[in-house]
Ligand binder design. Sequence first.
Ligand code: AMP
Length: 401
Amino acid sequence: MDGKKMTALNKKTVEDIAVKGKRVLVRCDFNVPLKDGAITNDKRIAAAMPTIKYLVGEGARVILCSHLGRPKGEPTPEFSLAPVAVRLSELLGQDVAFASDVIGPDAKEKAAALADGQAMLIENVRFHKEETKNDAAFAKELASLAEIFVNDAFGSAHRAHASTTGVADYIPAVCGYLIQQEIKFMGGALADPKRPFAAILGGAKVSDKIGVIQNLLDKVDFLIIGGGMAYTFYKAYGYTIGNSICEDDKVDLAKELIRQAAEKNVALLLPDDNMVGDKFDPACNDMLVDSYNIPDGWMGMDIGPKTTGKYAGVIKSAGTVIWNGPMGVFEMDKFSKGTYAIAEAVANSGAVSIIGGGDSVAAVKNSGYSDKMSHISTGGGASLEFLEGKDLPGIACLNNA
Ligand code: AMP
């Protein structure tokens, strides 16, 4: 276990600190989609409820904060968190007051007036340009609203902003349940995986996943490659890839990764067959071909059934599976089969299964298997950086247990 991850695994949680009667600033991810001022999907608010309910139940005085959209550092009515306070009140079953500023008089008055077990929400932290600059004076002022900081916004934990990191310089800082789960599953898998450990990596480009591949090569037993990034590896092997997506400037890197995998005794698996299309269009002509010989004028769009069977066999035998990136262009029905078949294999494998953020989460949700996964990450960029082995500032700043 290396020192860095040991630190991430070792962070204090809300349960490790006395909160009764204390004002607790909780950084949440309430970056919800809005249409004409109405919330169209409240999953992120619902996901924050376990931490909020725990704090309220323990008699803390809860001050919630979040960013919403990209308001460019000034008050912008369309990015107001006011609708979130209404939804929070409904989900919590008690009134959640809303302060119309962040560190202004309204926030300060309402925070001071909180009774034990009450909660409030302050306005969008990104209404101040100092937030994303992690300005020390702004962070200090924000921290002065409270006596304890709880970070529960994993999706923003890779950003060193005032409300994710800066406030921890002034008051004790712990994680909420959402971040605790991320650390437990992703940190646990990286530090001490149940073996065999298989990583499944897909998505459009190798360049987005270089850091992840390099970090995982030191840890996994199997590296399963699918999606658009496979064709850069094929080119490294000298295969014919037709019009498939390929990063020519990464072919040498792919060769190096193949060499490193062999040196580290990692089985690097590439597809044997592919569904190809004659254009990038749901209405294209399609056919199944061997991966080493994709004809001119055709592009690889999904893994084929032979590959799915091979990958499913490895997944079935695995003790831990981490998956980041779809196996094909799953947004097009006819090229979604490979991704969904892998979702089914992961769900039924009995392995500890961890789905990295972004498109793989959407794919797993569409597949109907999300309930069978051990952990679905709540952060896209943050989960990639975590898998790259980087210290996330929003986690590094928390107190060690
Ligand atoms: P990422 O965000 O890097 O995980 O990439 C996800 C995107 O990769 C999805 O939108 C997929 O449609 C795309 N993708 C997967 N396989 C392919 C492929 N063979 N060719 C082009 N794009 C692909």
